[in-house]
Design a protein around this ligand. Structure first.
Ligand code: TXA
Ligand code: MG
Length: 326
């Protein structure tokens, strides 16, 4: 567990300390509106190598680069009318665009790909930090590779804490689920590589054309985005998925049940819910947090209710399926 001193508050002094660490190629866990990120100077090979080694992430998995503004982002990737329109609508915010990169983004960040994933986060502390830096931040989610993403500073402290310079405490994350990743290399054929808080319909409304959705199981060797790995975001505890509205509340030995909304028989032990009234934004926001908590409670099985396949429910179901696969 990281010592308390390493968790820094939102003061100007803390931001200065984070900037100093990052300027010296150290890593800082940063809050974003989606999940906490493990950030390092995207333009420094030394810092980027540290990100891969601290996270235990294979070098073939490219990272997202975070910028303070769309203008800063488009100075390092090749934009298009479509990219500019989406940036104007959704940045700062939880949309990551995959675009052809310019040479200044190191090949290590993009795992040798000619494209780069870029976004402008909206979390105010993260934006304030980016403002005082003169380089963008490469940041994957701040969890050990393959484990559940962190949505609170203590999740980072419990896993990567001792290995990093500091954790910037921005409180719990607003969305609780990673950004939508959109492949926009060909503006005429936009494709969602990872569903997230910005749904396909919202993107289609701006682009005025259909957006392709990800394949559930990409054919062997055809993986375009490692976020599409079937096993991802997995806790140690086994997960069983039950269709939306189909939960039966007969608990087995060692089992916990997670419902979307507060069940009428609430009060029973080992019964949890993600939202009082089943609001999908709350279901998504609280999912990783509850998963991390229950994963430390020695249950043998978590029975979890899927969400309706609409809005952010699509991204929640995607993370739930991946967490359940072993
Ligand atoms: O919300 C988020 O996106 C968080 C916060 C910290 O910003 N970050 C995050 O990073 O989830 P990570 O590394 O856990 O996921 C990045 C995703 C992966 O699925 C990766 O394969 C994809 O973005 N990606 C990155 N660069 C890519 C590229 N050039 N082409 C296709 N996919 C790419
Ligand atoms: Mg991740």
């Amino acid at each position: 567990m990281a010592s308390q001193e390493r968790i820094l508050d939102s003061s100007a002094h803390s931001l200065g300390e984070c900037a100093r660490l990052l300027q010296n190629d150290e890593l800082v866990a940063v809050p974003t509106e989606t999940v906490y990120g493990l950030a390092g100077n995207a333009l420094s090979g030394k810092a980027v190598r540290k990100i891969f080694s601290v996270k235990g992430r294979p070098l073939i998995d490219p990272l997202i680069t975070h910028f303070k503004s769309a203008r800063a982002a488009f100075s390092l990737v090749h934009g298009s009318g479509a990219a500019e329109a989406l940036a104007a609508e959704f940045w700062p915010g939880p949309l990551t665009l995959v675009l052809e990169k310019k040479p200044d983004i190191p090949d290590l960040v993009t795992a040798g790909l000619s494209s780069a994933a870029v976004r402008v986060p909206s979390q105010p502390l993260m934006l304030a930090l980016l403002e005082i830096l003169d380089f963008p931040l490469a940041a994957p989610s701040a969890n050990p590779f393959g484990y559940v993403s962190p949505t609170r500073p203590e999740h980072v402290a419990q896993t990567l804490g001792p290995k990093i310079g500091a954790i910037l405490d921005g409180g719990p994350c607003l969305h609780g689920i990673e950004s939508t990743v959109l492949d926009l290399r060909d503006p005429k054929a936009p494709r969602i590589l990872r569903p997230g808080p910005i749904c396909a319909e919202a993107i289609e409304a701006i682009l005025g054309r259909k957006v392709d959705m990800p394949l559930d199981s990409p054919p062997e060797g055809a993986q375009v985005s490692p976020g599409q790995l079937t096993k991802h975001y997995s806790p140690r505890t086994k997960i069983k998925i039950v269709a939306n509205g189909q939960l039966r509340f007969a608990l087995q030995e060692g089992e916990a049940i997670i419902a979307n909304k507060k069940p009428t028989i609430a009060g029973q032990d080992h019964l949890y819910w993600l939202s009082e009234d089943g609001k999908l934004e709350e279901v998504a926001r609280n999912f990783f947090d509850l998963l991390q908590k229950l994963d430390r409670m020695h249950y043998t099985c978590l029975t979890i209710e899927a969400a309706p396949e609409v809005g952010i429910g699509i991204a929640y179901n995607d993370r739930l399926r991946r967490a359940a696969s072993c």
